[in-house]
Design a protein. Sequence first.
Length: 608
Amino acid sequence: MCGITGYLGNRQAKEVLFSGLRRLEYRGYDSAGICVVSPTEEMGCVRVVGNLDVMEDALESAELPGTIGIGHTRWATHGAPTVENAHPHLDCDGKIAVVHNGIIENFVELKHRLQSGGHRFRSQTDSETIAHLIEEQYRGDLAEALRRSLDQLEGAYAIVAVHRDEPDVIVAARRDSPLVLGTGDGEHFLASAIPAYLDMTKRFVFLEDNELLAINRDGYTITGPDGPVSPRPVEVDWDIDAAEKGGYEDFMLKEIYEQPRAVEDTLADKFDSSGEIEVEELCLDPEGARALRRIVVVACGTSFHAGLLAKYLFERWASLPVEIEIASEFRYRNLVVTEDDLVVAVSQSGETMDTLAGVREARRRGARVIAVVNVVGSQMTREADGVIYTHAGPEVGVAATKTFTTQMAAMYVLAMYLGRLRGEVTDEKYRMIVSELQALPRKMEEVLAERDAVIACAEKYQHCHDFLFMGRSVGYPIAMEGALKLKEISYLHAEGYPAGEMKHGPIALLDKDVPVVAITPRNSVYDKMISNIQETKARGAPVVAVATRGDPEIEEICDDVLWVPETTEMLYPVLTVIPLQLLAYQVAKLRGCNVDQPRNLAKTVTVE
């Protein structure tokens, strides 16, 4: 959740570390800090409460000479946002500095033991415990002190540490929390996510669980539980321009408008020259596909909504029963998964803790796992049996937009592929779907061109405090996602429902001040949706419809209509979600909310 940076090289570390933190600001913004090891002076630290603008002001007057250091931007888990709770944390003598992501589950026990031994704690965090453990274990070798400290830690962590007495060394370790090493010409970069240093290197090494990294002027070494390891660096071809605003007012708006290209890129490498699906990383064959008993989709948040869409797709195109599971609940049940099941895990980062845990439990029980992931080399890609990549590029806004539409695009490919392998999708149907898929980016651009209508709608309803979203069939996941977007960034209450469930309770909430957003394209459930809209109108609630362009009936019965082009039924979600993203964005802006960094939220949830 929080952002980590580290640097060892020839540049001034203060500038490099802050640049990395600025690109990771979406991961945490309660407080921040930087610590630089100077070869001639005491270790210099600057820590502040607030976002990185506050940090930037503090750094202007701070003397932090040195070419080695660590930085952190925090999303609070233990202790309120205060200077004392901000990272980096120091040991008693101020010689050791540590930054940490994750949660140390046994920190209370460790803290009591260390305090009884004379250690003085300054914060309420679990992370400070690590600095004191390293101090206790230090015998002149920082890497060895960290290794012995790790033996005492329970929980998840990505840790980076420096020591005043070893001014040319950085050490790091991870377990269930992401950490990557970027390599350059005579310099090394550490970060909790790739975008931190994309402008400085394209070569990254992904640390595995329970590996310890030691960096010095001569290079780096990685040691696993069984001894030294030699991972191969991965070339990451993300464009750094994709991580900058590029003239847009906010990252979220930029990323909404990047969706046609992102979907096009996601689809581009999934088909061979003859138009057949070809995804080598899936490692599926017709025999294995036909032997499947069912599919279980596991995800959290927005990815769960992409998984809910996948349920409809797998059932219709692959003729397989499908269960959709919230990842944070999945592993705490008595799982009945076997080697005949396919588990599809959906995660933008590939590091989502709850989803990773579900993947591991499913594989332990013999199930085959396919990961739908945006980040090459992430932990989930290394633990799954097969992978289908989205190509959204870096997404900085906390609220998912382009990663959601690319996840849907990947699900279309996966469902069709399974259907073809199982003999459930005819050649004629396949050609029609592929043709419509390839037309989606252009149609998405048409939807984006209608932003003025969304702005007018947002101005009309910005003062309402409750919204209901409803849809049927593949419109239901979009209703869920539209409600989530609105509540995430505007702090308004919003709920998504299957339209048929409105009369089983939610309809009691309706009045003139509760707008209902209805996902109503021309499809097989259109007539049912019209009936639900009429029921809503009869209770006095205003209705905003997302509908197929040129539908006179919708225009007649609804208060406002946001249009999308016509497509085949199962592909409408990619189009109908865009007006809802824009609506959430516009309402939040009118209410003065920070759309890129909504309160209490962080981008990648790497803790339970």
